[in-house]
Every structure is written in structure tokens, then in C-alpha cells.
Write a protein that binds this ligand. Sequence first.
Ligand code: EPZ
Length: 417
Amino acid sequence: MDKMMITGGRPLKGTVKVSGAKNAALPAIAACLLAPGKNILRNIPRLRDVDTIRKIMTQLGVEFTDHDGFIEVDAGTVKGYAAPYELVKTMRASILLLGPLLARSGRAKISLPGGCAIGERPVNLHLKALAAMGADLYLEHGYVNARSSGLKGTTIFFDIPTVTGTENIMMAAVTAHGNTIIKNAAKEPEIKDLAEMLRSMGAFIEGDGTDTISIQGTSGLKPAEHFVIPDRIEAGTFAIAAAMTGGDVTIEKCRPEHLTAVIEKVEASGAKVIQNEDSLSVKGPSTIESVDVKTMPFPGFPTDLQAQFMACMCIAKGWSMIRETIFENRFIHVSELKRMGAVIEINGNQALVKGQNQLQGAPVMATDLRASASLVLAGLVAGGTTEVHRIYHLDRGYEALEKKFAALGASIWREKV
Ligand code: EPZ
């Protein structure tokens, strides 16, 4: 196991390139199951979660070949239908294999993801929707067992705009008999990106990016070539880091239109933000203003940047209220930030943060992907050295983060524990 070491106090300066989006890469890779043949996927980030879904799909008979700048995914023959617990437990997004496997082979056996640090993470909405499309599903020994002799299009209403739930049904519906309408669909950019890929495979999809997606089932999808969108959460992480270190950073290869709510809050904290076609420049203020934040589904402030923004508010002038409305337990980073001198009071899904002049470096423990990013950001501004333990969480969703921060002037390095 590695730990991340950070000596704080250096403003970040320079330019950084954002990698492909983890949460667009995972559904894109899963979608390759829908058609026999070789798909070309570009801008796929090098992450543990990508390695995990590749391992699961390789066991299903899919062949992955790495090339310079792209990967080839050959789903010519799909010989299995099970995603085992040993792999699924490390990445709950494996549930994304359920829809495409049912569509392709009529059979799927996916370990229930189980909860994770940030919450129970149920998949009831996925299962209810697939059952409405005619799948037979039953839960046994911690696995979802699903069969279908041919999915049928229908109208699905999601009680909650679930991101992977929307993606699962899109992938199940593109080859179903008849039309499917998804109401209260998620509107995240990753949904539009998956729809783009499915259309390039020959699917008929409209309304992606709105709360109503209509899909006309078709047969004979073909393999595709797809370039995955940049990671808006990584870009947002760098924007917040630039603001809180009083730095001056240009974040390249990103899509500012995916970060409207985040840019608004970073500007409210006193930073100057210049938006270009595919880059953001962020100049941090000498003192951070306190800003209230409430996480919401896209286009609201993303829950995946809540912990990072909280780290920024820990050194703001005054009080800020942070409300987490998406997950029931996404404040685990709070106790670790308090070890660094932060003053935060939790009341249900609200955290009241009293900004401090400075945080102190300390040994802290990462508990989930975005909480670990929050602790790294806190380390960048803390006096002294911070050790972030269990950074395998970080490696699930950030590609070479310490190298990118070091290139911006941070004093950050990995050590073996
Ligand atoms: C996706 O998770 C992302 N993961 C998450 O990113 C992100 O935080 C989340 O969307 C919200 O934006 C991927 O895309 C791989 P949801 P997902 O279904 O799809 C409840 C990261 O750090 N719900 O939109 O699992 C659920 O409990 C990860 O990259 C049900 O009740 O999230 C939550 O409260 C973390 N029943 C809410 O809906 C269901 O069947 C939104 O969850 C499904 C979800």
C-alpha cells in the first residue's frame, strides 16, 4: 500500500491536462458488449476502475488490446455472463454490465455491489426498470440473476435520476423490441457521451441530456469508434486546488460547459476564472471567501466535488454551509479534515464549516475516492507535511494525480507503507 506525502504552502502554477472521464469510460467499455466486433475507444484514462471492468469483461471472453492513444475492445464472442463478487466489490459500477449482458446474451449474473463508504448504493431502480422490460430477475446469495428471451421497449419512470440506472436502461433498450421512453432520466454529460457512442453503433436515441430519453430498438448494432469526454470531476478538482492555493493554473483538455455550477462557486470564493473552448484558467485570491454549496444532480453542483470544495472552505474567511443531497453518508472526510485543524459541525446532511487561517499537516486516512482527493487538497495548503494513507482509493479515479500536482509546483510524492 502507498501513502501520499504533501508539504503544503506552495501556490500551484502552470498548465495541466485533464484525462478522459472515468464515469464516461466505464459505460463506454460496457457498451462494447452490445455488438460483436472490434471497437476503438480513445481518451480512456489509466485507472484502477478501468482495470477492474477490463478484468471482468476479459473473463466474459472480451479481448482488450492496448495501442498508443486508444484501446481496442473486441466483443466478438461473449462466452460468459457472470461478474464475480471478488471484482465487483472493488467497483460498484460493475452493475453497468447488467443491461448490455442481458441485451447481448439474454443472461447475466452480477454480484450485488453492496454498499460503499459513501452510502448503501442500492440498485433497485435498475432492477425495476429491467423487469418492466420483461427481464426475469431474482436475487440469490448476493447476486442479481437475470434472464431475458428478448427485452421489450416500455416507458420507464425513475423515482430518482440515477446516472448508472439511466445508462443501464439505455444499453438494454437500444436492441429491445419496440420503443423505450426513460422519464426523469439523469442529465449528466456522461449520459450524452454514452448516447453518442450508442448512436455511432447504429442505435436510435433522442433526448439524451434532458430528463426524457426516447430509444427506438433496432437490431444489428455495429462496433464503434468513440472518443470519451474529459473528466469534469478531475478538472473541477484542479480548479478548486488552484483557488485554495492562491495559484494560477490553466486546465487544458476540459469542457467548461460541464462545470458551470462549479465555476460559479469557485468564482464566488474569490477566484478569477477565464473560460475558453476547451480550457479553464483559474487565478486564486489572496483570501478565500466562504460560499454555501448544495449538491444536486447535473447541472447542479456535483456531489463528486463536495469533499474537495469543503477542503477549500476550511480555509475560507467566515462560515459556509455544505449540504449533501445525493448520498446519505458522504461526510467521512470531515473527521479527517478535523484532524488537520478544520472546524466543521455536521447536522444530518449539512456540514457547517468555520474557515481557519491555516490547517496543520497530519497523518490522515482516505476512505473513498473523492474524500482522498479532498485530503490531498487540504495537504496542499496545510502547514507542514500531510500523509494520506490508503490512497488506492485515489487511484480508482485519478490518473497520476501526484505527477500532475508536482508539475504545477506542489511538493507531493508517494511513499511505500
Ligand atoms: C454515479 O453513481 C457516479 N458513478 C458517481 O460517481 C456519482 O457520485 C453519482 O453517479 C451521482 O452523480 C459512475 O458514474 C460510475 P446514482 P451512481 O444512481 O449511478 C440512489 C465517483 O466518485 N439510487 O445517480 O451509482 C443512490 O443511492 C462516483 O466517481 C437508488 O436509490 O449514482 C443515490 O442516493 C461516486 N436506487 C442517488 O440515487 C438505485 O437503483 C443517485 O445515485 C440507484 C440509485
